[in-house]
Design a protein around this ligand. Structure first.
Ligand SMILES: [Zn+2]
Ligand SMILES: [Zn+2]
Length: 361
């Protein structure tokens, strides 16, 4: 296997502090992990904050299959550049930089050529993907340090709060990308289904893009928050009358729910040529009525994260509009507790780990 070959950049290999899971049933616990010394096209980042994504929990607990242990999750990374390779041009020591879900791809396929690295057949995820330099698997952002190829490192606008900026790298781009792809602009009527980590970002983005935004939620307690985040109105989905009055009126609906639910009711709210995009991954297949799609030529699609150029565009948009995620900042020692709370949706709206706590650990 070529993955075990010794390469020149391994000469500077060093140890980083991390929180790692030893098995699907083990809690995350302190560990030491190897990181490669920065090569010519690498950026070495001291991690300051890392957001907690539902994917972290699913991967750590082996719920999607394919997790190789030990596993260090985390793909919402913000930090400070501490060294750069000789060929790096976009970053210098001291810059604030970010890393999302992708740390490598083949850079050669049609998707990569067009800046859609998220669809590359040879994509390397920030964690639990084969590590071409060190062998084994890639380790993510629950760590004090990471080394990433310049192409996959993003610039963070200087006005953004760093704890709140971290979740932009997954929750942010996951919602921004489909809103842009489906042409959400001023004057469009946009629905956001669910108000969690993804949904609250979608509301902020759709509002900043000028759309008329309506949030669909089951909980009356979320109404005030939805309005504060930028929604123009809130529909309580348990009240069928409230929903029906919007029939045939939406240009676009973003469905952020990851649990099983009926999507036909939402498809019927779309106008002619309207689109419903899924960004949550329900474990069960949906039953979809063909009539809902036929009548009105409506479409149903999905969307995963975003490519590197669009992720930078999203961060720049956030800089201009002063958008960050609403976060609860925690020390890394509380990460297992945070997972349990996340399962109960007990977070507004994303956890962001302050990595200074790891340095003290
Ligand atoms: Zn994620
Ligand atoms: Zn590719």
């Amino acid at each position: 296997m070529s993955t075990t070959q010794i390469r020149p950049e391994e000469s500077g290999q060093y140890s980083a502090k991390a929180y790692s899971a030893a098995s699907a049933t083990s809690p995350l616990a302190p560990a030491t992990i190897p990181r490669r010394g920065p090569g010519d096209d690498d950026v070495q980042i001291e991690i300051l904050f890392c957001g907690i994504c539902h994917s972290d929990l699913h991967t750590v607990r082996g719920e999607w299959g394919g997790t190789i242990y030990p596993c260090v999750p985390g793909h919402e990374i913000v930090g400070r550049v501490v060294s750069v390779g000789s060929e790096v041009t976009k970053f210098k020591v001291g810059d604030i930089a970010a890393v999302g879900c992708i740390v490598d791809s083949d850079r050669a396929c049609a998707n990569c050529q067009e800046g859609f690295e998220q669809f590359c057949p040879n994509i390397i995820g920030t964690y639990n993907s084969p590590d071409k330099q060190l062998g084994g698997m890639t380790y993510g952002g629950y760590s004090d340090s990471i080394v990433v190829k310049e192409h996959f490192v993003l610039s963070v606008p200087s006005n953004l709060d760093l704890a709140g900026a971290a979740p932009l790298l997954c929750a942010g781009i996951t919602t921004y990308s489909p809103l842009r792809h489906w042409g959400v602009t001023k004057g469009k009527k946009v629905g956001v289904v669910g108000l969690g980590g993804l949904g609250h970002m979608a509301v902020k983005f759709a509002h900043a893009l000028g759309a008329h935004v309506i949030v669909f939620t089951t909980s009356p307690s979320k109404k005030q928050d939805a309005l504060r985040l930028g929604a123009d109105d809130v529909v309580l989905t348990r009240d069928a009358d409230q929903t029906i009055k919007h029939a045939g009126s939406f240009d676009f609906i973003l469905d952020t729910i990851s649990a099983d639910h009926d999507i036909n009711a939402y498809i019927n709210l779309l106008r002619r040529d309207g689109n419903l995009t899924l960004v949550g991954a329900s474990p069960k297949p949906f039953a979809v009525s063909a009539f809902g799609l036929l009548l009105g030529r409506r479409s149903l699609s999905g969307s995963p994260i975003g490519g590197i150029p669009e992720t930078q565009e999203m961060l720049d948009f956030c800089g201009k509009n002063n958008i960050t995620a609403d976060v609860e900042v925690i020390p890394i020692q509380k990460v297992n507790e945070a997972y349990e709370r996340m399962l109960k949706s007990d977070v507004k709206y994303r956890f962001s780990i302050d990595m200074a706590s790891l340095r003290e650990d």
